[in-house]
Design a protein around this ligand. Structure first.
Ligand code: ARG
Length: 392
């Protein structure tokens, strides 16, 4: 039964259309919705809406749902619309009166916001841990192969001497910056929306600080309209940060694809990380790197979807916002899987010392030749011209 059931029937097709895949996506939110409800029940107890006995019963039932959900045994039916409804229906079934009181002083609009933010905090932390794992793999690569020289390129033409160390450090430093972006996104979502109701507050004296504290939020998000207007805005910040992170993985994938080409041979992809051809017996293809490279574009499409859905909406909750849920959840999935695979690749890939040092043909040292003249007093422009003569 719907939370907004008032006794008249609702068209099944319209209802299924409006629910879409939300009841499936919401499986990821069950745990978080329960945690928020536990804090909410405690607060309702504190202000005298719930009796201590009722708070205890609700707490017990909500923890039971968390356990059921962890075993995959809590179901959200399509008719339920979302996890919030499924959970409240369960509480009413199990507890009667106490279940019927849990929705006091809240709306699904602040409820979905709080569950999503708890979920985002966990996912952003997971991304940060994975990004740190990737940096560690790059550092290991550097300690194994860092001293190997290789040509550096601009315009995909040989430029100046570089090294496996300089190359791998560039990605480690860059991923360090991405972590700062993840932390900035975390800071933004780390404010409690609970207690703002549908977007215009609650006509009851409640204790928002208590629920915020219980849920470990750094602060309260004050304005109830802004709480609703941040839905989709916060999501675009998250996916924006993930997109920048995926940009780095796109680039490292492209470098590895290009420089492991037999024509270059600077890197060797171990064969267990390659894909084969159904027709050409000899092929060992870098499929995994190609998917990694392409995932950046998927991530950008998620960002566009979110930004598109939220544009031109009037203030307050609009059901359109539901459609930001899929893209943000898929973004986390894509970023986390990509980081895991990129880390595995960096742990296993090998650098070929002979081939990369062979890449250092004499023109790569042209700039150094010019500078050796500069060191002996020749003006740079004259030194440049003299060094250029060799490669005209
Ligand atoms: N599934 C909905 C969402 O994700 C929950 C909020 C529904 N609120 C409403 N007023 N219909 O946005």
């Amino acid at each position: 039964m719907k939370l907004w059931d008032k006794g008249y029937g609702i068209d099944k097709e319209v209802n299924e259309f409006s629910t879409g895949e939300d009841y499936l996506l919401d499986r990821k939110l069950v745990r978080y919705d329960c945690l928020a409800s536990i804090a909410h029940a405690k607060m309702l107890g504190r202000i005298g809406i719930l009796k201590p006995r009722e708070v205890k019963k609700l707490d017990g039932a909500l923890r039971k749902i968390i356990r059921l959900d962890a075993k995959g045994r809590f179901t959200i039916r399509k008719e339920d619309e979302d996890c919030h409804t499924a959970i409240e229906n369960y509480l009413i079934r199990e507890l009667g009166q106490a279940g019927k009181k849990i929705h006091t002083a809240r709306s699904r609009n602040d409820q979905v916001a709080v569950a999503l933010r708890l979920y985002y905090r966990d996912e952003l932390s997971a991304c940060e841990r994975l990004a740190m794992g990737f940096i560690a793999a790059l550092k290991d690569f550097r300690s194994k192969y860092g001293d190997i020289k290789m040509p550096g390129y601009t315009h995909t033409r040989k430029a100046m001497p570089s090294s496996m160390g300089m190359w791998s450090e560039s990605f480690a430093e860059s991923m360090g910056d991405n972590i700062k972006l993840l932390q900035a996104a975390y800071k933004l979502v780390d404010q409690s929306p609970l207690g703002t109701g549908a977007g215009y507050g609650v006509p009851l004296k409640i204790d928002r600080a208590l629920t915020a504290r219980e849920l470990g939020f750094a602060r309260i998000q004050r304005n109830p309209i802004y709480v609703q207007n941040s839905r989709g805005k916060f999501e675009s910040v998250i996916v924006g940060a993930l997109s920048v992170l995926m940009f780095d993985l796109n680039k490292i994938a492209e470098d590895l694809i290009m420089f492991s080409m037999p024509e270059f041979g600077y890197f060797v992809i171990p064969r267990e990380l390659t894909g084969g051809s159904s027709m050409m017996p000899h092929k060992k293809n870098p499929d995994v790197l190609e998917i990694l490279r392409a995932n950046y574009h998927l991530m950008n499409s998620y960002e566009f979807r979110i930004k598109g859905v939220i544009a031109n909406l009037p203030s307050g909750y609009n059901r359109d916002l539901q459609l930001t849920k899929g893209p943000v959840m898929r973004s986390f999935e894509t970023a986390e899987n990509s980081l895991r695979v990129a880390t595995k690749i960096m742990k296993r890939i090998k650098a070929d010392k002979r081939r990369s040092e062979e890449g250092l043909s004499e023109e790569v040292y042209a700039t150094e030749r010019a500078y050796s003249l500069v060191k002996r007093g020749t003006p740079f422009r004259d030194a440049y011209k003299r060094a250029a003569r060799r490669n005209l």
